[in-house]
Ligand binder design. Structure first.
Ligand code: HEM
Length: 401
């Protein structure tokens, strides 16, 4: 790789990014990605350090090239959603808001949702199985938004619209998108916000026992409540952060297991292995391409390089998960691997709030698919779709029998 130029959208990277990640770890652990004015970190030690260091912020306003004040008026509602979102809240507010939400998404509370997630998986399989074939991407794409709608008890007639917006808005994670593309992906924001305000108002009047929205409306942390704007932003984040990520966790999970028939045979003999196997698929084939961009809140020396205030850094979680300093024989798929050091869901104060929910969806979807269709085989390689953050599968067909 003499004339190395990082390209995370090319077909060879999408199909197999690991040679690139290895080269970065070994030869350029702080790679300056000129076209994006970003520094890319790929070793586990550095990636984890960034995720745990508050000098690296998620706040898009801290980016050296950010010009949010110049965004066109069509983006005003959307900008408000971002500005009230978790990643922009000041430290003194981030902790309380996180605590209000996380108590509703613990492993134990998610376990209580298992039967509803199972029902959603079964129903989606019933409508997407096409004779003896299944497009895994088509099956997995609607699941996360459907589960979120279920959790929030969104009225049936609004579900389709809310889910469609969630998928479109996921694109907005790329703040470097040209304005017309950004506007196109988020143009339904005002309608979406109005719809959700109606649901929130109705739920304030008639709180329920068992839905997350009622819990969030009434929850208090040391007397502090969520404001209406924080609540809207949180619900928006659930759709955006949990959508394409969970879909691709499932799609890449199926892909990885199908390519390791000996591991699959072991799981068929002992279903209790699926939980760790699912976690290992997320280490082995972490589909997040570049990690979440972070912005330096001050000039600093970090891992041997000088970083400017406002500079973008990209902690490559996917590359870190194949770092042999932490994961022995990292290129071996091992369903019994000790995964206590995994950082698939981040690390530190901004660790994924939906990790338990995503894991439950992943294990339920993989378990159901391989139980119902033990003879499943891939029909060729996956096709990819353009995506700013994820190696996202557009189509991945399997034969079921
Ligand atoms: C397999 C699927 C998923 C993966 C791989 C994933 C990964 C991540 C990662 C790495 C972060 C940390 C980002 C950072 O350091 O800035 C994060 C944050 C977050 N995730 Fe997830 N996530 C997934 C699913 C979900 C789901 C299903 C939800 C919600 C329903 C969710 C909600 C969130 C939220 C709210 C944050 C922000 C936390 C904060 O800023 O304090 N994620 N996720």
């Amino acid at each position: 790789m003499d004339e190395f130029a990082l390209d995370m959208d090319g077909p060879s990277f999408l199909a197999d990014p690991h040679p690139t990640y290895r080269w970065l770890r070994e030869c350029a652990p702080a790679y300056v990605w000129q076209p994006r004015h970003a520094v890319v970190f790929s070793r586990y030690r550095d990636v984890k350090a960034i995720l745990n260091d508050r000098r690296f912020s998620n706040n898009y306003r801290a980016w050296e090239f950010a010009q949010p004040e110049q965004w066109p008026p069509e983006l005003a509602d959307f900008q408000k959603l971002l500005d009230n979102g978790l990643s922009l809240l000041p430290d003194h507010r981030h902790g309380p808001v996180r605590r209000l939400v996380s108590s509703s998404l613990t492993v134990r509370s998610v376990e209580r949702m298992q039967s509803r997630i199972q029902r959603a998986v079964d129903e989606l399989l019933d409508v997407t199985v096409d004779g003896g074939r299944l497009d895994i991407s088509k099956f997995a794409a609607p699941l996360p938004a459907r589960v979120i709608c279920d959790l929030l008890a969104i009225p049936a007639e609004m579900r389709e619209d809310l889910c469609a917006f969630g998928l479109a808005a996921a694109k907005s994670a790329n703040i470097a998108l040209p304005p017309d593309e950004l506007i196109a992906s988020i143009s339904p924001t005002p309608r979406w916000v109005a719809m959700l305000r109606r649901v929130i108002a109705e739920r304030r009047e008639n709180p329920r026992e068992d839905d997350l929205l009622s819990t969030l409306i009434t929850a208090r942390d040391d007397g502090a409540k969520l404001s209406e704007e924080e609540l809207l932003s949180l619900v928006f984040t659930f759709f955006v952060a949990g959508g394409d990520s969970t879909k691709n966790a499932i799609a890449w999970g199926v892909h990885t297991l199908l390519r390791h028939p000996a591991a699959l045979a072991e799981i068929h003999r002992d279903a209790s292995l699926m939980r760790n196997a699912a976690e290992e698929t997320m280490r082995f084939e972490m589909f997040a391409k570049s990690g979440f961009p972070k912005y330096c809140t001050e000039a600093m020396e970090f891992a041997g390089v000088s970083l400017r205030k406002g500079q973008m850094v990209l902690p490559l979680i996917a590359a870190a998960l194949r770092d042999e300093d932490v994961f022995p024989e990292p290129d071996r798929f091992d369903i019994r691997r000790d995964l206590r050091q995994t950082i698939s869901f981040g690390s530190g104060q901004q660790t994924c709030l939906g990790a338990a929910l995503a894991r439950m969806q992943l294990v339920t979807a993989l378990g159901t698919l391989f139980r119902r269709f033990p003879e499943m085989k891939p029909l060729g390689e996956p096709e990819f779709e353009p995506h700013p953050l994820i190696r996202s599968m557009k189509k991945f067909e399997v034969a079921l029998h």
